[in-house]
Design a protein around this ligand. Structure first.
Ligand code: NOJ
Length: 585
């Protein structure tokens, strides 16, 4: 139906008599000459699954290099590569046995140098994933710690403790691993007897390093410099909020007995939160943040992004004060559903709290740990993060998820600040929601005996050329370390390239406009004059971004149509439910 045929379902969402003026305050204003990381679009590559250069079914650095032109064409500024270091791969590379070398699965240091060089030629920066909270149990320091015995300086590199109970048979405290089960493993000492316990907040193959030990700090200064010297543009820091454990390693308070009642985390003060979680977000972590920052400051134009799951956002913002991280992933935003009021709240709050410390907000919807957002948004009741989706779980509504997911991407990419895109997101790739048990690799699956299927579903190799082989061109042989679901053929890049209305072309368009109109470094205010009960609108650098949350269609305001999730939408046409449009006013 065209706008010339009045329809009861359609409402005008703007008041022309306001002439586009609004009293809503500017919430974000660009500084002059902002540094690159304040506005960049950073593309996350999960090396195992991006592109396979040697046909063995495992993605690698040569594969990435070969596909760089596709990323340049997409219009990104930088790549964050998940870990490619030497590793037994017990947690897909987040278990590092040598921080200064590449795992043969992924290539060599020379391949890394080639990648940095080629990316640089295409104007793309490479960000390395640093994993400082824990190493692999195969790291030489951990092996030395096991051999050296209790009380030795070698043991002091990690978190060894004697057990409780008569014979030390009970773990030192009640902490639980993020992946399920207890966070302690008892070792057998050199004399063959059961001995001390070591802490692992994640898998038992990932012993926590002891960041109270200056030797650990010195070691990581060296690791940072090693990659910065090789041309890394910076780091994504894994578990940035977990490196310091509360002195004395007190038990986690059992729910309800804490502070006299059933206070939810949302009601707690920052101090109470620090106390409640003795291994997350301890105040002394900030010293480490500052130390890392000092090393980065020795180099020109480098940046680091912290993976700090610390809520509320006001607390997360303390991680990005001027002498700490440059960015932290805005997980508050990631966890916000496709809901008008909630999005308004989280964006307003983010711009305020990060702005107060002079930092940009860093928007993100998907990564290798969470259910892909087009799949999340295909549920009314979103499955719990980290649990994953398996063949026996309720399945998502694919069409709904695609619609909302694309609208959410277009809403996010118009916002000022940094933005992260997770590989495959630009194809609208859904989660693999029916991956069989035999393929599961996530330690969560094993540590919970399959109760939580884990994160493999968002880590499935990318389909490049539809139908060329079983992996849709991920590898030349069709091999693929995880099988793709049937639907991946439909979503393959070759099926979207140059196709008007495809998700790939949508992302290219959004990134192009975002760059040309400097929206990442924008000037933001809400635009209530363009809103009604079911829409949310903001203006960033003269671009109106309008999303419709439904149920009715709304008339698109006059202006120049810059981008839209709704193929064939016309100015003064109808913007349907779960669609977003960008208009130059
Ligand atoms: C966060 C990473 O993103 C995740 O993939 C990993 O399993 C844990 N940290 C442990 O390193």
């Amino acid at each position: 139906m065209s706008s010339s045929q009045p329809d009861e379902r359609i409402r005008r969402v703007f008041a022309p008599n306001l002439g586009g003026m609004s009293n809503s305050p500017i919430l974000y204003q660009t500084k002059e000459n902002p540094e690159w990381w304040r506005s960049s679009v950073i593309y996350q590559i999960y090396p195992r699954s991006f592109a396979d250069g040697n046909g063995d079914g495992m993605g690698d650095l040569k594969g990435i290099e070969k596909r760089l032109p596709a990323l340049a064409e997409l219009g990104i500024d930088a790549i964050w590569c998940s870990p490619f270091f030497k590793s037994p791969q017990k947690d897909a590379g987040y278990d590092v046995s040598d921080y200064k070398d590449i795992d043969p699965l992924f290539g060599t240091l020379a391949d890394f140098d080639d990648l940095v060089k080629e990316a640089d030629r295409l104007g793309i920066k490479i960000i390395v994933d640093l994993v400082p909270n824990h190493s692999s149990d195969q790291h030489e320091f951990f092996k030395a710690a096991l051999a050296a015995g209790p009380g030795s300086p070698e043991r002091e590199m990690y978190m060894f403790r004697d057990g409780k109970g008569e014979n030390g048979e009970l773990p030192p405290n009640n902490w639980e691993s993020v992946f399920g089960g207890i966070a302690w493993t008892r070792i057998t000492e050199a004399d063959g007897k059961p001995g001390q316990w070591y802490l692992h907040i994640f898998d038992s193959s990932q012993p926590d390093l002891n960041w109270d030990n200056p030797k650990v700090r010195d070691m990581f200064d060296g690791v940072l410099r090693f990659w910065l010297d090789r041309g890394a543009a910076g780091f994504r820091i894994d578990v940035a909020h977990g490196m310091i454990k509360r002195a004395g390693l007190p038990d986690v308070a059992v729910a309800d007995s804490h502070m006299g009642g059933a206070k939810s985390e949302a009601q707690m003060t920052i101090r109470e939160l620090e106390e409640k979680n003795p291994f997350w977000g301890q105040p002394e972590v900030h010293e480490i943040n500052r130390r890392f920052r000092k090393v980065l400051n020795e180099y020109e134009g480098r940046a680091m992004c912290g993976e700090a799951w610390v809520m509320p956002l006001e607390r997360m913002a303390t991680w990005v004060r001027p002498d700490e991280y440059h960015q932290t992933f805005n997980f508050g935003y990631l966890e916000t559903p496709w809901n008008k009021e909630k999005l308004h709240k989280v964006v307003t709050e983010s711009l305020k709290v990060f702005g107060d410390v002079g930092a940009p907000s860093t928007w993100v919807l998907s990564n290798h740990d969470v259910i892909r957002h087009v799949t999340r948004m295909g549920y009314d009741q979103i499955p719990k993060q980290g649990d994953g989706i398996g063949p026996n779980s309720p399945q998502p509504d694919e069409a709904l998820g695609q619609r909302r997911g694309r609208a959410a991407s277009a809403f996010m990419l118009g916002l000022p600040g940094g933005a992260y895109i997770y590989q495959g997101e630009e194809l609208g790739l859904p989660e693999h929601t029916t991956l069989g048990e035999a393929y599961r690799e996530d330690p969560t699956f094993f540590r919970t005996k399959g109760e939580r299927v884990g994160r493999d579903g968002c880590r499935v190799p990318i389909p490049w050329e539809a139908g060329v082989n079983e992996s849709n061109g991920f590898s030349s042989t069709g091999a693929s370390w995880l099988p793709q679901p049937d639907s991946y053929k439909k979503y393959a890049r070759s099926n979207q390239e140059g196709v008007a209305g495809s998700t790939l072309e949508l992302y290219k368009r959004l990134l192009k406009v975002r760059r040309e109109l400097s929206m990442g470094a924008g000037n933001f205010r809400w635009a209530p004059e363009y809103q009604d009960g079911n829409t949310l609108a903001y203006i960033n650098n003269g671009v109106l971004v309008l999303s419709n949350f439904g149920p009715d269609a709304v008339v698109v305001p006059a202006g120049e149509m810059l981008a839209t999730t709704q193929h064939d939408l016309l100015i003064e046409g109808e913007l349907e439910i779960d669609q977003t449009v960008w208009i130059k006013l």
